[in-house]
Every structure is written in structure tokens, then in C-alpha cells.
Design a protein around this ligand. Structure first.
Ligand code: EPZ
Length: 416
């Protein structure tokens, strides 16, 4: 298994380009299942999770063409509406094929994703919505079996805000008979990016980005070309890496308009942030002020940035209270940060982080994607060498991480 070696202490500086958003690309690639015509996507990040999804689509009969960050999918040959356990278990976002398969084929057999390190992460809301649209759904032997001649538009209300639940149901509704209204819908920018792609394919959708999305079903969708939005979580991660090292960086190919809550916190921590049309620049003080935060659905502070902020709070001036309200077990990075010398106390879904003068390099283990990112951020500022094991978690969500960090002056290398 690969490891990452980081020699802490370098102030990050310089410019790096941000890739397309993993959490936009995953649902948007699944949208290609909704039409027999070719759909072309650009700015697709070259990540493990994307490769996993393309392999999953390929075994369904979808023809995949990939050249750099451009992917073209031809679902005319879709002949196997099945997502097998062997593939789904490595990436829970595979559940995003469920809605499109039921809408296009009238049936789907998708393995339940199962839990993951950060929580049980059930998909009951996805199933409840499809049932409300007329699908007969059985869950047996670890698979979701859904069948329906044609989905019918319905009024849907999710019990909690669910990003992929909203995305699955929006894709299913695009080909349903009649109008669907999704209430309590997720407002994340990735939901809006998916809606924009579906509209380019001929769907009739309004309200994406608000908590009420209306979809008027059509008989078929056509091909289109869509550029994936920038990855706001990758952007936030590099902003934290620069901030914790007292650095000064410019991130290009991204924008601040989806990161207000994160940028507010970085400014509270003492950073200067300048937003341009297609870039964000940050310069940080020698030592940050501690910032407390509470995660919640967009536009509030994103749960996917919680671990990275715990890392920067470890060496900040003061005490930070961090509340995680989305997932029930998303503090696993805390024990690893404590190995580096952090002073963190966990009490239920609240972490109290007392900033210390310095962290000391050690060997630590990644447990999930964003926990791994927080260990990288901490390693950049810890004295001496930090070795991060099981970095396959990182490769799922960060394209060429060590190259980008090295371009900003970090002393980092991958051990294979
Ligand atoms: C998406 O996951 C993201 N993944 C996650 O990013 C992100 O952390 C999460 O949204 C929250 O923003 C992708 O978009 C591929 P949810 P998702 O459904 O859709 C509960 C990363 O690091 N829930 O919004 O799976 C659920 O357990 C990943 O890139 C149900 O109970 O999250 C959670 O507590 C991690 N039943 C809460 O709702 C359901 O049917 C929010 O989950 C659905 C969700």
C-alpha cells in the first residue's frame, strides 16, 4: 500500500490548478444512462472513484471513451441494469445509478452500498422516493430491486437533506410521466451542476439550488456536452494547507462563490482571501486564530471540510469547538491528529480542540477520504517527518495530490 511522506515546516506559496468536482462528476456521469445518445463531459477529475464508476457503467453495456479530462459515454447499448456488490462496495456513490436505471430501463438491481467509516449512511430516502413515484422496490440479499413500467411524477419529501438522494430522485423524475416536486431538497452546488447538465440534455427542471425542485418529466433526453464544475472541497483543502503553513497561494480554475462559509472561517482565523472570477488567493499569518464551526447542509459549513479545519485548529491560537451534525462518526481523524501531539477532546458530536505550539511528525493512518486530507494538512505543519499510511483513501478524491502540494513548495513524496 502506498504511503505519503511529508517533511513539515515549508510555507506553501505559488499557484496550482483545481480539478473538476468529484461529487458533481459522479452523479453527472450517471445521467448519461438516461439517454441513448452520446453525452460528453469535460473537466472530469482523474480520480479512483471516477474510474470505479466508469467501470461500473461499462459492465452495464455503456461504451466509455476517455481522453484526459474528457469523457464521452454512449448508453445506447445499455443492456444490464445491475450494479454488483463487488463494485458497489468500493464506492457507495454507485447508488447514483439506481434512479437513472429505473427511469431508462424500468428496472434496476443495485447492491446496497453498506455503511462506511463515517457512518451507516442508509439509502432509505432514495428508495422511499422511487416508491412514491410508483416503483415496486424490494430489498433482499443485499440488493435493491426496483421495477416499474414507467415512473409517475409525485410530490416527494425527504426526511432529512440528502445530497445523493436528491440527485437520484431528480434523475429518476426527468423521464417520469408528469411533474415531480422534491421538497426539503439538497441545495449543494453539485445538485445544481447536475440539474444544469440534465437541462442541457432536454430535461425540464426548475428550483435547483433551492429546497424545492420541480421536474416536469419528458419522454426522452438527448445528448449534450457539459463541463464539470470546480471541486470546492479540493479548493477548501488547499486553502487550509496554505493557511496552516502561514503561506500565500493562488488557486486557479475555481471560484469562491460556493465556499462562502469556509472563506468566512478562514478570514476569522486571520487569513486574507481575494476572490477573482476564476481563482482564489489566500495569504495567512504566522499563526491562525482558533475558529469554531458547526457543519450543516449547504450553504452552511460543509461536513467535507470539518476534518481539515480540525487540523488547522490543532496549532491555532485558542480553543475551537467543532460540531459535526451530518454524520455520526466523522471524528476518526482526531485520534490520528493526537498522535501528532494535538490536544483534542471528543464529546459525542462535539470536538474541543486546544491549539498547541507545535505538532510533531509521526506515522499516522488514513481512515476515510477527508480524514486523510486532514492528516496531510497537519503533516505540512508538524515538525519533522509525518508518514501517512493507507493513502488510497486520498487517491479517491484528490487528483495528483503530491504533485500539486510539491508545486506549492511542500516537501512531500509518495512511497509505493
Ligand atoms: C454526499 O454524500 C457526498 N458524496 C459526501 O461527500 C458528503 O459528505 C455528503 O453528501 C454531505 O454533504 C457525494 O456527493 C458522492 P447525504 P451522501 O445523503 O449523499 C443520512 C466526500 O468526502 N441519510 O447528504 O451519501 C446520511 O446517513 C463524501 O466527498 C439517510 O439517513 O450524504 C447522513 O447522515 C463523504 N438516509 C445524512 O443523511 C438516506 O436515504 C446526509 O447524507 C440518505 C441520507
Amino acid at each position: 500500500m502506498d504511503k505519503l511522506l511529508i517533511e513539515g515546516g515549508a510555507r506553501l506559496s505559488g499557484e496550482v490548478a483545481i480539478s473538476g468536482a468529484k461529487n458533481a462528476a459522479l452523479p453527472i456521469l450517471c445521467a448519461a444512462l438516461l439517454t441513448a445518445e452520446p453525452v460528453t463531459f469535460t473537466n472530469v477529475p482523474q480520480l479512483k472513484d471516477i474510474g470505479t464508476l466508469l467501470a461500473l457503467l461499462g459492465q452495464m453495456g455503456v461504451k466509455v471513451e476517455r481522453a484526459g479530462d474528457t469523457v464521452t459515454l454512449y448508453a445506447s447499448g445499455l443492456n444490464n441494469p445491475v450494479a454488483p456488490y463487488e463494485m458497489v462496495k468500493t464506492m457507495r456513490a454507485s447508488i447514483l445509478v439506481l434512479g437513472p436505471l429505473v427511469a431508462r430501463c424500468g428496472e434496476a438491481r443495485v447492491s446496497l452500498p453498506g455503511g462506511c467509516a463515517i457512518g451507516a449512511r442508509p439509502v432509505d430516502q432514495h428508495i422511499k422516493g422511487l416508491q412514491a413515484m410508483g416503483a415496486e422496490v424490494r430489498v433482499e440479499h443485499g440488493y435493491v430491486h426496483a421495477t416499474v413500467p414507467r415512473l409517475k411524477g409525485a410530490r416527494l419529501f425527504t426526511d432529512m437533506v440528502t445530497v445523493t438522494g436528491t440527485e437520484n430522485l431528480m434523475m429518476a423524475a426527468a423521464l417520469a410521466d408528469g411533474e415531480t416536486v422534491i421538497e426539503n431538497a439538497a441545495r449543494e452546488p453539485e445538485v445544481v451542476d447536475l440539474a444544469n447538465c440534465l437541462v442541457a440534455m432536454g430535461a425540464q427542471i426548475s428550483g435547483a439550488g433551492s429546497d424545492v425542485i420541480r421536474i416536469r418529466g419528458v419522454d426522452r433526453l438527448h445528448g449534450a456536452t457539459h463541463r464539470i464544475m470546480p471541486d470546492r472541497i479540493e479548493t477548501g483543502t488547499y486553502l487550509c494547507a496554505a493557511a496552516v503553513t502561514g503561506g500565500s497561494v493562488c488557486l486557479t480554475g475555481t471560484s469562491s462563490c460556493y465556499l462562502d462559509a469556509v472563506i468566512d472561517k478562514l478570514m476569522d482565523a486571520g487569513c486574507e482571501v481575494v476572490s477573482e472570477r476564476d481563482a482564489i488567493s489566500l495569504s495567512a499569518p504566522a499563526r491562525l486564530n482558533a475558529v469554531s464551526l458547526r457543519t450543516a447542509p449547504y450553504p452552511a459549513f460543509p461536513t467535507d471540510m470539518q476534518a481539515q479545519f480540525m487540523a488547522i485548529n490543532c496549532v491555532a491560537n485558542g480553543v475551537a469547538m467543532i460540531r459535526e451534525t451530518i454524520f455520526e462518526n466523522r471524528f476518526m481523524h482526531a485520534v490520528e491528529l493526537q498522535r501528532l501531539g494535538a490536544d483534542i477532546r471528543i464529546d459525542g458530536n462535539t470536538a474541543v480542540v486546544q491549539g498547541v505550539a507545535r505538532l510533531e511528525g509521526a506515522t499516522v493512518m488514513a481512515t476515510d477520504l477527508r480524514a486523510s486530507a486532514s492528516l496531510v494538512v497537519a503533516g505540512l505543519v508538524a515538525e519533522g517527518e509525518t508518514t501517512i499510511e493507507r493513502i488510497y483513501h486520498l487517491d479517491r478524491g484528490y487528483e495528483r495530490l503530491e504533485d500539486k502540494l510539491a508545486a506549492l513548495g511542500a516537501k512531500v513524496r509518495r512511497l509505493t
